[in-house]
Design a protein around this ligand. Structure first.
Ligand code: UD1
Ligand code: MG
Length: 251
């Protein structure tokens, strides 16, 4: 089976949400989270949505959608949110299952082809993790992709933890992953808090997989099929602009 988890529990501090979760903000007249749910539902079942901050606003927007809600009580980071989502898959997923994980604030641009390519990539590389990357002119704010000599992804370094030379890397983590369920389940609780932010980063699983001799395959996708995530108000405007440009050019 292929299950899906979408993270939508964060507090939206940078976009200064005070009444509703940032994933419910309209992106071209449609709540942002709907893009992710509609996208992932094409390939994954069940789709688990992790809610926490302003949870009711997310539940309301998704009331007519076939999703399972998971509750993340404290917002301790993306790995902690995935751990909450995984609890809903207990007894449903098995050792051979795959889990697609995406971030509710950055799933507007994906196409079904990207999801299928990622799943195939995971299988052909016999990877523990396959993840989508893209190259951007300005990588500020994103996790940077560190590849090894054979081209596999060795680590993802978050902006706040990156050294000056790592900050120069323009290949970024788009935030769509295909995990082997057993790998995810066995390792999600091994992640340690970032000493810088005190959060548990999902991206740390990349280094954990490497330490266990497992492969992490990075599928580089064209920027137009990844777009930009929405953390700050300016990015909402910018992302919608890019979306309109790229989608009108490709249709
Ligand atoms: C994240 C990635 C980064 C990637 C970028 C792509 C991590 C640590 N970093 O950074 O590598 O380049 O996305 O856009 O994963 N959330 C929860 N619970 C929490 C924290 C967050 O559910 O405790 C949710 C948020 O609601 C959001 C998503 O997870 O939808 C991502 O969190 P966000 O804070 O936006 O991560 P970024 O800094 O954008
Ligand atoms: Mg984000």
């Amino acid at each position: 089976m292929i299950a899906g988890i979408i993270l939508a529990a964060g507090r939206g501090t940078r976009i200064k949400s005070t009444t509703n979760n940032k994933v419910t903000i309209p992106f071209l007249n449609k709540p942002m989270i709907l893009y992710g749910v509609e996208f992932l539902s094409q390939v994954a079942s069940p789709v688990v949505v992790v809610v926490g901050a302003f949870a009711d606003s997310v539940r309301e927007v998704l009331k007519n959608y076939d999703v399972i809600f998971a509750q993340q009580t404290d917002q301790l980071g993306t790995a902690h949110a995935v751990a909450a989502g995984l609890e809903e898959l207990d007894g449903i997923a098995d050792g051979g299952s795959l889990v697609l994980v995406g971030y509710g604030d950055h799933m507007m641009f994906y196409t079904i082809d990207t999801a299928n390519d990622l799943i195939s990539y995971h299988k052909t590389h016999q990877a523990a993790i396959a993840l989508v990357t893209t190259k951007v002119p300005d990588p500020t704010g994103y996790g940077r992709i560190i590849r090894n000599a054979s081209g596999h992804v060795e680590a993802i370094v978050e902006e706040k933890d990156a050294a000056a030379d790592q900050k120069q890397i323009r290949e970024i983590n788009a935030g769509l992953y295909c995990f082997n369920y057993s790998f995810l389940k066995d390792n999600i609780n091994k992640i340690e808090k970032s000493p810088v932010t005190g959060e548990y980063y999902l991206t740390d699983l990349v280094a954990i997989a490497n330490n266990q001799g497992k492969k992490v395959a990075g599928l580089e996708v064209e920027f137009k099929n990844v777009g930009i995530g929405i953390n700050r108000p300016e990015e909402l405007a910018e992302s919608q602009k890019i979306y309109l440009q790229t989608k009108s050019n490709s249709s």
